[in-house]
Write a protein that binds this ligand. Structure first.
Ligand code: BGC
Length: 733
C-alpha cells in the first residue's frame, strides 16, 4: 500500500518537474530576450571546435550551425537578380531540382537606371520572399562596386558609377530583403572594379578615391541599410587581400561603421590563416585549399579558418576572443534569420513577382535617342516591322557567371513584339554568338555572311527595323571572370548595322547590355533604347516601351563615352587599366565617370543621368529660403516640374553640387540629390529636394576626415549631368 502510494507520488512529481522543465527555455532559445544575451549564452555552451566550425564552409553553399544545440546551418545563395538554382553539395554542377526555377528580376544596372528607390523596395521585397521560400539564410547580393570602366565584365550586377545614386538605391533593397528573415550580403567589398586578374591584382587608390567614390554605397548599406552580411572582394588593396584586409574590415567596416554582422569571403577569397583570423573575416567559403581543382572529401577541414585556425587557437597564437567574436557574429546572423520564429514564409515564382520584375524593367529602360519621334511605333502606320538581332530571342538570364538564373519563365522580345504587332513582324537573326560557357569563349558555327544577307534582305522591304543587339552573358561579354576585350559591339554587329542602314534608314536600336558600348552608327540611327538585362519579363517590358504603352523614364546610371580613351581609367597607361598583372593604380583618382568627363571637358556620347521620354517637361527656376548655411544645414530646393506634352510620363530632377575656389581638387560637379516625378499630361507639381550641406564634404587626407569648407557653392538643377537647367549659388559659413 505504502509502496503504491509513493510510486504514484513519484510519478506526479516527475510529471510536474518535466512540465516546468519544458516551460523554461534556455536563454539562447528565448526569443523574448535580447539577441545579444542569447548570443552570449549560446557561445558559453559551445566547445572550441564548435565555434571554429561556424567559421568555414561545409559544402559549396553552406556552413555549419550547432546541431547539438538546435542551431541551424547557414545556407547561402546567389544573388543578386533572383535566387539561383540548387547546386550540388560538393561541386558547381546544378542539383537538377524541378522546383527551383525562380523569378528573374532585372539586372541591378536596370534597377539603378530607374532612379526610383521605390523600385528598389519592391525588388528587395520580392527577391527576399523568393529567398525565404527557398529557406536561404543569406542572399548573396546586392553588389555596389562602382562602374570604373565599360570593360568590366560584372558592371551589369552593380548600380552604376555614382556613389550617391548607388547609396540611395541599395538601402531599400537590403531593408526589404531582410524583412523576410533573410540576410542580404553586400558585395564585393571593395575595389573589385574589373574581372581581369581579380584574384590577385593589388589595387592602389588614394584615401580620397576610397572614401568619396568606392566606399559610400557600402557604408550606406551598413549604416542605413543595416545589412547583416558583407562579402569581401577577390582582389588586394594596398597589399592585402580584401577578404582579410585589416584596413577595410577591422578598421573601417567594424570599428568605424560599427558593422555587427558577418564578413563572408568571396568563394576562394581567403589565402592565409593568420590574416583570415586576425583581419576581420568571419566565414570562409569556396577555398580549394587541397591544391587540387576538384574537392576532396575533407577539403572543408583544410580551409584556412578550419583545422589550421583551430591549431593556432590551441597553440595560443590566436586568442580565443578572436573566435568568440567570429562565432558571435555568425550566431547573431542565424538568430536574426532562420531562428526568428516570426519570419514570414515567403513565396516563389509568383505572378506578383513577375509583375515586380516587369515594373522595374519598364522603369529602368532608357530612351537614349528618338529623332523625328520614330518611337513609339505606330501600329496603324506600319505594315512590315523587321526585328533583327540575336538578342531578340536569346535567353539573357542564363550565363554571366554566378548571377546566372534558372528562370521559371523568360519571355523574349520577339515573342512580345509578335504578340503586339502580329503578322507585321518578320525576324532575322542577323548575327550569331556561341553558347554561354564558364571561363571560355565558344564561337558560333553559323555563317556570318549568310545571316547578314538574310537580315539585309528583310530590312530592305521593312517600314521600320527594330535591331535587338548589344552584348550577352558569354565570357568576354557581360560575364564574371573576364573583361570585355573591345568597347565595340561584338559578333560583327557594327558591320551589320552599317549594311542595314544602307537599305533602310528607319532603324530603332534596342541595346541589351550592362555596359556602355561604342556606337559608330549613332548619328545615322534615329532611335536608340538602352534595354539592359531585364529578366523574366524582358519581352513585355521592351514591347510596351516600343509600342508606347509604357512611356520610358529611365536615366543612365553611368556615362557612355564616345571612345574608350575618353573614360578616366583608360586615359592613362596600362598600370591604370588593367594593371601590370600584379599592381594597379587608379590614376584618375576621384574623377570617375561623369566627374572625369565634366572636369576635363570631354563630351560623352550619352551623359550620366540622361534619358528621354515620349512627352516633354518644363522645370521652373528653383527657390531656396536663404543664401547662407551652416555646416549642419540643409538646402531645400523648391521648384515645379510640368508635363508639357500629350502623354503621362516621369522626369528625374537631379541636383549636382559644385564647390567654387576649393583648396583641393574637386570634380566639376557631383550628384547630391534627385527625385523622380510622375506627371499626367499637362500636370504640374511642386517639388522639393533637400540637399545636406554635410554632403558638400570631401575627404580631407590631412585630417583623415570629411571636411566642408566655408565658402561658395553652386547647386545645379539638372535633368542629366549634361543638361543643367538652373544654377543656384549658396554660401557656407
Ligand atoms: C562570385 C560571387 C558569388 C560567389 C558564389 C563568386 O565567384 O564572385 O559574387 O556570390 O561566387 O557563387
Amino acid at each position: 500500500m505504502y509502496n503504491k502510494f509513493f510510486g504514484i507520488l513519484l510519478l506526479i512529481l516527475i510529471g510536474a518537474f518535466s512540465l516546468t522543465a519544458q516551460k523554461v527555455k534556455p536563454v539562447y532559445l528565448d526569443e523574448t530576450r535580447p539577441i545579444e544575451e542569447r548570443v552570449k549564452h549560446a557561445l558559453s555552451l559551445m566547445t572550441l571546435e564548435e565555434k571554429v566550425a561556424l567559421c568555414h564552409a561545409q559544402s559549396k553553399f553552406s556552413s555549419k550551425g550547432v546541431a547539438r544545440l538546435g542551431i541551424p546551418e547557414v545556407w547561402m545563395s546567389d544573388g543578386p537578380h533572383g535566387v539561383r538554382e540548387e547546386i550540388l553539395w560538393d561541386s558547381w554542377s546544378e542539383a537538377k531540382w524541378t522546383n527551383d526555377s525562380c523569378t528573374a528580376f532585372p539586372a541591378l544596372t536596370c534597377l539603378a537606371a530607374s532612379w526610383n528607390p521605390e523600385m528598389s523596395a519592391i525588388y528587395g521585397k520580392a527577391v527576399g520572399e523568393e529567398a525565404r521560400y527557398r529557406n536561404k539564410t543569406v542572399l548573396l547580393g546586392p553588389g555596389v562596386n562602382i562602374y570604373r570602366t565599360p570593360l568590366n565584365g560584372r558592371n551589369f550586377e552593380y548600380m552604376g558609377e555614382d556613389p550617391f545614386l548607388a547609396s540611395q538605391m541599395v538601402v531599400p533593397y537590403i531593408q526589404e530583403v531582410q524583412k523576410n528573415g533573410v540576410a542580404a550580403c553586400i558585395k564585393h567589398y571593395a575595389l573589385n572594379n574589373q574581372e581581369v586578374w581579380r584574384g590577385h591584382i593589388d589595387v592602389q587608390a588614394s584615401d580620397r578615391a576610397l572614401r568619396e567614390i568606392y566606399l559610400p554605397a557600402f557604408k550606406a548599406a551598413v549604416t542605413e541599410g543595416k545589412v547583416w552580411s558583407v562579402m569581401g572582394a577577390y582582389n588586394q588593396f594596398r597589399g592585402e587581400h580584401c577578404c582579410h584586409n585589416n584596413l577595410l574590415l577591422n578598421k573601417i567596416l567594424k570599428d568605424e561603421w560599427k558593422f555587427d554582422g558577418t564578413v563572408v569571403t568571396d568563394w576562394g577569397g581567403a589565402h592565409n590563416t593568420m590574416q583570415a583570423a586576425m583581419n576581420g573575416l568571419d566565414i570562409e567559403m569556396g577555398t580549394g585549399t587541397d591544391g587540387m581543382t576538384r574537392s576532396i572529401s575533407n577539403a572543408y577541414d583544410n580551409y584556412y579558418l578550419a583545422l589550421p585556425f583551430l591549431d593556432e587557437l590551441k597553440k595560443g597564437t590566436v586568442p580565443e576572443s578572436v573566435v568568440n567574436d567570429k562565432a558571435s557574429r555568425v550566431l547573431r546572423m542565424i538568430f536574426r534569420t532562420t531562428m526568428d520564429s516570426r519570419r514570414p514564409w515567403g513565396s516563389f515564382a509568383t505572378d506578383e513577382h513577375a509583375q515586380v520584375a516587369r515594373k522595374v524593367a519598364e522603369e529602368g529602360i532608357v530612351l537614349l535617342k528618338n529623332a523625328g519621334n520614330i518611337l513609339p511605333l505606330d501600329a496603324s502606320k506600319l505594315k512590315n516591322i523587321a526585328v533583327i538581332g540575336e538578342n531578340a530571342t536569346r535567353s539573357m538570364t542564363v550565363g554571366g557567371g554566378s548571377s546566372s538564373l534558372k528562370a521559371h519563365n523568360e519571355i523574349s522580345p520577339l515573342k512580345s513584339l509578335t504578340a503586339k504587332f502580329g503578322s507585321k513582324i518578320t525576324y532575322a537573326m542577323g548575327y550569331a554568338s556561341g553558347p554561354p560557357a564558364w571561363g571560355r569563349e565558344i564561337p558560333s558555327k553559323f555563317n556570318a555572311d549568310t545571316l547578314r544577307a538574310e537580315a539585309v534582305r528583310k530590312a530592305r522591304i521593312a517600314d521600320v527595323v527594330v535591331f535587338v543587339g548589344g552584348l550577352n552573358k558569354n565570357h568576354f561579354q557581360d560575364c564574371e571572370g573576364g573583361d570585355r576585350l573591345s568597347y565595340n559591339l561584338p559578333f560583327g554587329q557594327d558591320q551589320l548595322l552599317a549594311e542595314i542602314l544602307k537599305v533602310n534608314k528607319n532603324v530603332v536600336v534596342v541595346l541589351v547590355s550592362g555596359n556602355a558600348v561604342a556606337m559608330p552608327w549613332a548619328d545615322r540611327v534615329p532611335a536608340i533604347v538602352q534595354a539592359w538585362y531585364l529578366g523574366s519579363e524582358a519581352g513585355p517590358a521592351i514591347a510596351n516601351v516600343l509600342s508606347g504603352e509604357v512611356n520610358p523614364s529611365g536615366k543612365l546610371p553611368f556615362t557612355f563615352p564616345v571612345k574608350l580613351t575618353d573614360n578616366g581609367a583608360h586615359s592613362f597607361d596600362q598600370l591604370s587599366y588593367p594593371g601590370d598583372s600584379i599592381l594597379q593604380v587608379y590614376k584618375e583618382d576621384i574623377l570617375v565617370g561623369y566627374r572625369w568627363h565634366d572636369t576635363k571637358n570631354i563630351a560623352p556620347l550619352f551623359a550620366f543621368g540622361h534619358g528621354l521620354s515620349y512627352t516633354s517637361f518644363e522645370v521652373s527656376k528653383p527657390q531656396i529660403d536663404k543664401k547662407l548655411y551652416t555646416k549642419g544645414g540643409i538646402v531645400e530646393l523648391t521648384f515645379s516640374v510640368q508635363n508639357t506634352g500629350k502623354v503621362a510620363g516621369a522626369e528625374v530632377a537631379q541636383v549636382y553640387v559644385t564647390q567654387k575656389n576649393a583648396p583641393v581638387m574637386r570634380p566639376a560637379k557631383e550628384l547630391k540629390g534627385f527625385k523622380k516625378v510622375f506627371l499626367k499630361a499637362g500636370e504640374k507639381q511642386t517639388i522639393n529636394i533637400p540637399v545636406k550641406v554635410q554632403d558638400f564634404a570631401y575627404w580631407d587626407e590631412k585630417s583623415s576626415d570629411w571636411k566642408v569648407d566655408a565658402g561658395e557653392f553652386v547647386l545645379n538643377l539638372a535633368t542629366s549631368s549634361g543638361d543643367v537647367k538652373f544654377q543656384v549659388p549658396v554660401r557656407v559659413k
